[in-house]
Design a protein around this ligand. Sequence first.
Ligand code: UDP
Ligand code: MG
Length: 312
Amino acid sequence: MRPTYSLIVPLYNEQDTLPELVRRLTAVMDDLDAPSELVLVNDGSHDQSLRLLRSFHQQDDRICYINFARNFGHQIAVTAGLNFVRGDMVVILDADLQDPPELIPELIQQWRSGFQVVYAQRTKRVQESWLKRSLAYWFYRILRQLSDVDIPTDAGDFCLLDRSVIDILNKMPERTRYLRGLRSWIGFNQTAVPFSRDARFAGEVKYTFRKSLKLAMNGIVSFSQVPLRLSTYLGLFAAFVSLIMGFLILYWRIFVPNSPLTGFTMILIAIFFLGAIQLVSIGILGEYIGRIYEEVKGRPLYTISEMAGLES
Ligand code: UDP
Ligand code: MG
């Protein structure tokens, strides 16, 4: 029988949290009023995660899994889950139990009352470093300023999506997938459910600083062209500054003829200043062109080496 409720959990080296995760998720699933499925997407873990997934599937056929042939990243793992789920709606949540499964019935209640997108909004982050919290705080606010799409602040990937939204997401071919942004771009009736983000149940954070930075860059580049325009502004600014420097030098030449400032220091500063602006501008161009290149190659988003419980 086709399930009504689908759950997607992307995971990467989560052997220590998996048993507890499945216990809490299946407890929630047991209490739902219609059949459900749990799709675990193993993003190329190299611990015992895959072995655990196989045994979960054997014990409970509501639990399905997709095993990537290598690590493709969290956003791609969620995308793969979306490609395969069969429910009328889907809830996406992290494997580390930072997104409490017990919130799912509340999300479903909002969906029943007519919302196609219900995203969980963090009111509190327990046990995350001061640096991470403040970087996240500022990132979401800057992104909101830069982007034309109204991307809500402090909303991660923990959300519920209706079938109509899943179908649209599945038709989007783009590879640079910033799901929080795409979710907002789609529109429909959206609402937030506040929650306090728990601490990670076990294991290390899998989103390394590098991965988080990449995600943040993807968010900005795929939802804003303001950085491209920045080079123009920087260029104008540089032109303005050189004009002022020209006048200053003229002034010094006439009134302070022995000032060392008119010498090579000034020239060096100007060279460094212009060089920096040009490099930054080329870098920004590179961010966009690199992504165009990725899109043009048109490679599949992921490769699957094993799956169970789902039709391929
Ligand atoms: N994850 C993944 N692939 C990766 C990195 C992370 O599937 O390359 C999963 C991870 O197992 C977890 C979720 O993405 O379920 C969020 O990762 P994490 O808790 O490390 O990051 P946080 O969002 O808490 O900073
Ligand atoms: Mg986490």
